[in-house]
Design a protein around this ligand. Structure first.
Ligand code: NAD
Length: 355
């Protein structure tokens, strides 16, 4: 098969990690007899420098024509003083909305070889954990009415959380389907003891659970979930939650895996192309030094193989290669705990060697 992939390298370490990922994908395709055509488009600070805007129309059009999109990261010191609308990060919301991506899948997995990198005690993470967080991405309080008004105590600011039945049902179905492909356990996280949107969320999730009887379903309040993720992360398989709760809980879950440089994500919608990106930013503090960890981006490409191309074979090939390199003791600086580490380019070579 021939797959057309748009590359949005962006800024900082975005370039290094996407270049590494391309090499890994090329080797994977060589082995399986497939072919990837890569086309790069500008995004973020690099796009501002070249065109004056963080998300040029040419980038959107190019992505829409492709089968899938791989994003590095955007942002950096150089653009930090620009106003909100002109900042590189503005391109992130723009590309998600242009591609209609309302589902965010964020795996948080503790690799046995990296157990020491987790800030949690061995007795908590000894058994490992592998959580898939399904976060609603285009609704809720981040997209509701907002503004300033005169309130009881004078001027006040407000943001509004709104969720429709349709929005809840479509993300709920994705979560149940995801659970069906994994260990068939789903926990829906809300704040139904306080919020009306959460009560509707919970009602719809309960209705769906009647359709997916094979899935062991539970609800949890978000404050309890924040505790349970650090108390006993192994209890979770798939988590589904709203945009804001997912934003916060997925960052919490990422931290207990040890390094942000290991974590991939997928943003999906009803139609292709979908977008895959590491959860970390452009890491301007280490950019250009060849010391970034490319694994988050490489695992994002593995998610692309599985979710965009239905190629579990290629996804597993990449994931197994990453596992083996870690088992063999190779570490980039962010996941090394004895001061010994290899560079980004060397880690890429090690992964390619065992593919
Ligand atoms: P960051 O994720 O870029 O970096 C946080 C810390 O983690 C830094 O010390 C960095 O060196 C380290 N780190 C991140 N990725 C790493 C990797 N692959 N290997 C090794 N170490 C890694 O977050 P930040 O410093 O808060 O933000 C930097 C810039 O990135 C800002 O402009 C921010 O707005 C932007 N940002 C972009 C995205 C995105 O493009 N999706 C996401 C978050 C932040």
């Amino acid at each position: 098969m021939i797959y057309n992939i748009s590359l949005l390298k962006g800024d900082g370490i975005g370039t290094e990690i996407v270049d590494s990922t391309v090499k890994v994908l090329e080797k994977t395709a060589e082995k399986s007899g497939d072919k990837f055509n890569f086309t790069s488009y500008l995004i973020g600070g690099a796009a501002i420098d070249e065109t004056g805007q963080p998300l040029p129309q040419e980038t959107i059009d190019g992505c829409l024509k492709s089968d899938s999109v791989l994003l590095g990261a955007v942002g950096g010191y150089k653009w930090d003083n620009l106003s909100g609308d002109q900042r590189p990060e503005k391109a992130l919301l723009g590309i998600r909305s242009a591609l209609g991506l309302y589902i965010n899948l964020r795996p948080a997995k503790l690799y046995p070889a990296l157990r020491n990198a987790s800030p949690l005690k061995d007795e908590i993470v000894g058994g490992g954990f592998d959580i898939m967080i399904v976060r609603e991405l285009t609704g809720g309080i981040y997209f509701g009415d907002r503004g300033y008004r005169e309130g009881k105590y004078g001027e006040e600011a407000f943001d509004t959380e709104a969720y429709s039945v349709t929005e809840i049902e479509r993300i709920g179905r994705v979560a149940f389907e995801t659970a069906m492909k994994r260990n068939k356990r789903l926990c829906s996280i809300d704040k139904a003891n306080v919020l009306e949107t959460s009560r509707l969320w919970r009602k719809i999730m309960h209705e769906l659970s009647g359709e997916y009887t094979e899935v062991e379903y539970s609800d949890m309040l978000v404050d309890n979930a924040a505790m349970q993720i650090v108390r006993n992360p192994g209890q979770f398989d798939v988590i589904v939650t709203s945009n804001m709760f997912g934003d916060i809980l997925s960052d919490e879950a990422s931290q207990i895996t040890g390094s942000i440089g290991m974590l991939a994500s997928a943003s999906l919608g009803d139609n292709k192309p979908h977008l895959y990106e590491p959860i970390h930013g452009s890491a301007p503090d280490i950019a250009g030094k060849d010391i970034a960890n490319p694994i988050a981006a490489i695992l994002s490409a593995a998610m692309m193989m599985r979710y965009s191309f239905n190629r579990a074979d290629m996804a597993e090939c990449i994931e197994n290669a990453v596992d083996r390199v870690l088992e063999n003791g190779w570490r980039t600086a962010d996941i090394s705990n004895d001061g010994n580490y290899i560079k980004c380019s060397e880690m890429t070579k090690k992964i390619i060697e065992v593919l």
